[in-house]
Design a protein around this ligand. Structure first.
Ligand code: AMP
Ligand code: MG
Length: 355
């Protein structure tokens, strides 16, 4: 799971509420929806980032939101406990510790997510690949020590990366090499957001938002209040680039500014290009809209690796659309998939160039 500190999405407007997702995270109710109330909780210590769960309930029934929000929070914590590679007891950490040619039994849920991750590796032509954890760890160590990895270490980590090292079987995973490891940091947050949103729906909540670190899934069933407006941050300033309007679904952002490290004065992304074994540098920030947070999360990471050229392989038939910021601090540009511009509401977002 990711350990992000700065929120990629600045604000979310809708349901008659204004949500300001700055570092402090503020909710404001404007009272435009007289029949409904927004009830939210901000549970701490989930996936290393800020989290805000909101249920829109009929006015006067605010108390009914608490149990629903509590089950959604519990669902997020359950998925983190199962899949985080930051937690030594998780199933994924157990798999990562398994030795050469050892089969690790996994829950049907973890196996299903790994299968979906493998499908996304194929769909993204190898740009999204959860088996690249040996490379992620190598670059994390490099960031901590301030010394670039040696070519030999890079080559070794590359040989440990790839699905040939992780055979997904009926009820277990067989590792080719004991040092091979997976990292669900680019997909499990999205999956968890979806599960939490489904939990809210199952508890009878008809409208709401699950927001983990600025990645969101919107529930809007049965409310006629119009779209939810989500503000997208500029890649270089803590200001809004523009606003998009969504009637449901998810929006996730992968951003260089959110998490990077520095070696010898040069900044490197926390996202690795599994093909070269080096930190990705084809995009500054990527925002993806999709029916599920799982898809939006994974494709934001994939497009961070592929850059603008990746837009041509985006599965638009699955409802996935994207906005890519690329270039340099001195001169950046945006490029979108064909279906993204119709989502943009704020006219100032028409600016496609920085500076
Ligand atoms: P995000 O910030 O959502 O794009 O997720 C990035 C996280 O996904 C990183 O912190 C890693 O844990 C993991 N990751 C990095 N590079 C890749 C990649 N190419 N494919 C899949 N996961 C990755
Ligand atoms: Mg992601």
């Amino acid at each position: 799971m990711s350990r992000s500190t700065r929120r990629p999405i600045l604000a979310l407007v809708g349901f008659g509420i204004l949500v300001c997702l700055t570092a402090v995270g503020l909710w404001k109710t404007s009272g435009e929806l007289p029949d409904y109330s927004a009830v939210s909780i901000q549970p701490e210590g989930i996936m290393g980032t800020e989290c805000q769960l909101t249920a829109i309930v009929p006015r006067g029934r605010e108390a009914s939101a608490a149990p629903a929000l509590a089950t959604a929070e519990a669902e997020l914590r359950r998925i983190e406990a199962l899949m985080s590679s930051w937690l030594a007891d998780s199933e994924i950490s157990r798999l990562n510790r398994a030795g050469t040619a050892v089969a690790t039994p996994l829950s049907a849920e973890s196996l299903a997510l790994l299968r979906e991750a493998r499908r996304l590796s194929d769909a993204s032509l190898g740009a999204f690949d959860v088996t690249c954890r040996p490379l992620i760890e190598l670059w994390r160590r490099a960031g901590a020590s301030g010394v670039l990895p040696s070519e030999a270490a890079l080559e070794h980590a590359r040989t440990l990366t790839g699905w040939r090292q992780m055979r997904l079987r009926e009820s277990d995973v067989l590792k080719g090499d004991g040092e091979a490891r997976v990292d669900l940091g680019g997909i499990a947050k999205g999956y968890g957001i979806d599960r939490a949103a489904e939990t809210l729906l199952a508890a009878g909540v008809r409208g709401g938002v699950v927001d983990v670190g600025g990645d969101l899934r919107i529930i809007g069933h049965g409310l006629d209040e119009g779209p939810v407006r989500v503000q997208i941050r500029s890649p270089f300033e803590a200001s809004t680039w523009g606003e998009i309007a969504l009637y449901g679904g998810a929006v996730c952002t992968s951003a260089h500014y959110a998490r990077h490290f520095e070696i010898e004065g040069k900044t490197y992304s926390h996202i690795i290009d599994p093909r070269s074994g080096r930190p990705a540098d084809a995009a500054l920030s990527v925002t993806v809209v999709a029916p599920t947070a799982l898809l939006a999360d994974a494709w934001a990471t994939a497009l961070s690796v592929l850059g603008p050229e990746g837009l041509s392989i985006l599965p638009r038939n699955e409802g996935v659309e994207a906005l890519v910021f690329h270039g340099t601090a001195a001169s950046w540009k945006t490029v979108t998939s064909p279906g993204f511009p119709v989502l943009i509401r704020n006219s100032s977002a028409g600016s496609t160039d920085g500076r």
